[in-house]
Design a protein around this ligand. Structure first.
Ligand code: URP
Ligand code: ZN
Ligand code: ZN
Length: 469
C-alpha cells in the first residue's frame, strides 16, 4: 500500500455512544487517528465535512441478492444491489447463502462465493440458510464456523416444503450452535398453521394481495417466537436472533425473555416501521403485491409500528436491517395475479435504510447515537465484524459516511439505483441525505456520483457474535 492519507475535517463524528466534533485521518484502507478539530496535519487529500455528520458506514445484515425464491430470482444482483447499498450509505452487507434439503452446504457456499466475488462495490459476508437440517448439514455448521468465517445460520419455521424445518430439526441445529458458538437466525412464523389459512382463503375466493397479510396473523409470529425461545433454552442457551420482527406480540415475547438475560436478540426492518397492511398491502387492485413480504406488514389500527420504534429505543430490537429481497412488479410480483400465495415474497430497501431510520431521529423517535448503533455498530458486533466494521476508530476499516442532516432525500423508482421497477417507499420525502461514502479508504459515492468498482468489495470472514453472555 502507498501510505496515502486523507483527512476528513470539520465534521461531527457520531458513534453509538457520542456526538463530537472530530477530524478523522485515514491512511490507505484504515482509520489511523481521531483528531481535535483543526489539527494541522499533512494529508494527500482533505475532505471538508463541515455541517455534516461523520459516521461508520452502514452494516445491513439481512440481504438476498439474486436469491432464487418464489419461482423466480431476486432482481438485484450482487453488482446492482451493492452499488445501490453504497448510494444509501451502507458499506457492508451480510447476504444469505441458500442450502436446500439434499444439497451440500459447502457446494452452496461455493456457488454464492462465485456469484459475489468480483461483483461487489462494498464488503460482504455470508450467513447460511439451512433449508435441510440433516447429519451432513449439521457437521458442515462446525466447519463453516471454524474455517469459513460464517457464524450464523438461518432456519425457517415458515414455508413448508421450501425452507421449513420442524421442531426436531431446529432443536438439533440449535444444539450444534450451542456447541460451536454460532448464532441461529430464526424466521419465526408458524408455517403449518399459515398454510391452512392460505388454503382456506383461496378456497373462499379471497385471492387479493391483502390476504397474504390476513393469513399470517401476528399471533402466529408470536407463537413461533415463543417456540424458538423455548427450543433455544432446551438446546442449552443457543444464541437466538429473530429476523424481521413485525408484530407487537412477538416483540413482547422477545422483551420478556431478554429480561432474564438470555441470548435472545432481534431485528426489525424499515417496512414495518413505515408501511401498513391497510394502506400498502391492501392497496386497490393488484398494487398491494408490491408490499407482500414475510413476516407481513401489520395493521395500522394496532400498535405495531409504535412498539417497534420503542423496541429500538430500549434495545429489545438491536438492529435495523432491510431484508432486501426485491422482485419487479412486472413479470415477478405478477406471478401472483389471481392467487396471493404465488406472489414472490420480499421487497427492496437496501438503498434507503440509513435515511429511513435517520428520519426517526428527525421525528424524535430515536437518538442520533442509537441510529448509528442500530444501523452500523450493533449489526457489526452482533455478527462478529466489530471493530473492523461498525466503528470509526484507529484500526477500523475506513468505511465512513459523511451525512448531511439538512439535505432532503426524495425516494422514487425513477431515481433509485436498485434493480427493481418500483419503490416500496415511493414519494417519501426525508430530512437528511448521504453526501459521501468511503469504503476501505476509497471514496465510492460523492454527491450522487458513483466512483466505485465491482472489484473493490471483499469477503469478510466473521467471528462469533460479540454479545454472547
Ligand atoms: O418476504 C421475505 N422476507 N422474503 C425474503 C426471505 C425471508 O424470509 O427473509
Ligand atoms: Zn425470513
Ligand atoms: Zn430475508
Amino acid at each position: 500500500m502507498s501510505g496515502r492519507r486523507t483527512l476528513i475535517a470539520g465534521g461531527t463524528l457520531v458513534s453509538s455512544t457520542a456526538t463530537t466534533p472530530t477530524d478523522v485521518l485515514v491512511e490507505d484502507e484504515r482509520v489511523v487517528a481521531l483528531l481535535a478539530p483543526g489539527t494541522e496535519i499533512t494529508a494527500d487529500e482533505r475532505i471538508d465535512a463541515t455541517g455534516c455528520y461523520v459516521l461508520p458506514g452502514g452494516v445491513d445484515v439481512h440481504t438476498h441478492m439474486e436469491m432464487p425464491f418464489g419461482g423466480t430470482e431476486a432482481s438485484d444482483t450482487f453488482e446492482t444491489g451493492t452499488r445501490a447499498a453504497a448510494f444509501g450509505g451502507t458499506t457492508t452487507i451480510v447476504d444469505f447463502v441458500v442450502q436446500r434439503a439434499g444439497e451440500v452446504v459447502e457446494r452452496a457456499l461455493e456457488t454464492w462465493h462465485t456469484k459475489a466475488a468480483g461483483n461487489c462495490a462494498i464488503d460482504y459476508g455470508f450467513h447460511m440458510i439451512l433449508g435441510g437440517v440433516d447429519e451432513d448439514s449439521l457437521k458442515a455448521m462446525d466447519s463453516l464456523v471454524a474455517h469459513e468465517g460464517i457464524s450464523s445460520f438461518k432456519l425457517f419455521m415458515a414455508y413448508p416444503g421450501v425452507f421449513y424445518s420442524d421442531d426436531g430439526q431446529i432443536l438439533r441445529a440449535m444444539q450444534r450452535a450451542t456447541d460451536n458458538g454460532a448464532t441461529i437466525m430464526m424466521h419465526a412464523e408458524n408455517g403449518i398453521a399459515i398454510d391452512v389459512l392460505v388454503q382456506q382463503a383461496l378456497a373462499a375466493g379471497d385471492t387479493d394481495p391483502v390476504y397474504h397479510g390476513l393469513t399470517r396473523p401476528a399471533e402466529l409470529e408470536a407463537e413461533a417466537v415463543n417456540r424458538a425461545i423455548a427450543l433455544a433454552k432446551v438446546a442449552g442457551g443457543t444464541p437466538l436472533y429473530v429476523v424481521h420482527v413485525s408484530a407487537s406480540q412477538a416483540l413482547e415475547r422477545i422483551a420478556a425473555e431478554r429480561t432474564t438475560g438470555a441470548n435472545v436478540f432481534a431485528e426489525t426492518c424499515p417496512q414495518y416501521l413505515y408501511l401498513t397492511l391497510e394502506d400498502h398491502l391492501g392497496a386497490p387492485g393488484f398494487e398491494g403485491a408490491k408490499y407482500a413480504c414475510s413476516t407481513p406488514l401489520r395493521s395500522k389500527h394496532e400498535r405495531h409500528a409504535a412498539d417497534l420504534w420503542q423496541g429500538l429505543r430500549t434495545d429489545d430490537l438491536a438492529v435495523v436491517s432491510t431484508d432486501h429481497c426485491p422482485f419487479c412488479f412486472n413479470d415477478q410480483k405478477q406471478l401472483g395475479l389471481g392467487d396471493f400465495s404465488k406472489i414472490p415474497n420480499g421487497m427492496g430497501g437496501v438503498e434507503h435504510r440509513m435515511d429511513l431510520v435517520h428520519q426517526g431521529v428527525v421525528d424524535g423517535k430515536l437518538s442520533l447515537q442509537r441510529w448509528v448503533e442500530t444501523c452500523s455498530t450493533t449489526p457489526a458486533r452482533m455478527f462478529g465484524m466489530y471493530p473492523r466494521k461498525g466503528s470509526v476508530a484507529p484500526g477500523s476499516d475506513a468505511d465512513i459516511v459523511i451525512y448531511d442532516p439538512t439535505a432532503t432525500t426524495r425516494i422514487s423508482a425513477q431515481t433509485h439505483h436498485m434493480n427493481v421497477d418500483y419503490s416500496a417507499f415511493e414519494g417519501f420525502e426525508l430530512t437528511g441525505g448521504v453526501r459521501t461514502v468511503m469504503s476501505r479508504g476509497r471514496v465510492i459515492v460523492d454527491r450522487g456520483t458513483y466512483s466505485g468498482t465491482t472489484s473493490h468489495g471483499q469477503f469478510v470472514r466473521r467471528g462469533l457474535s460479540q454479545y454472547l453472555r
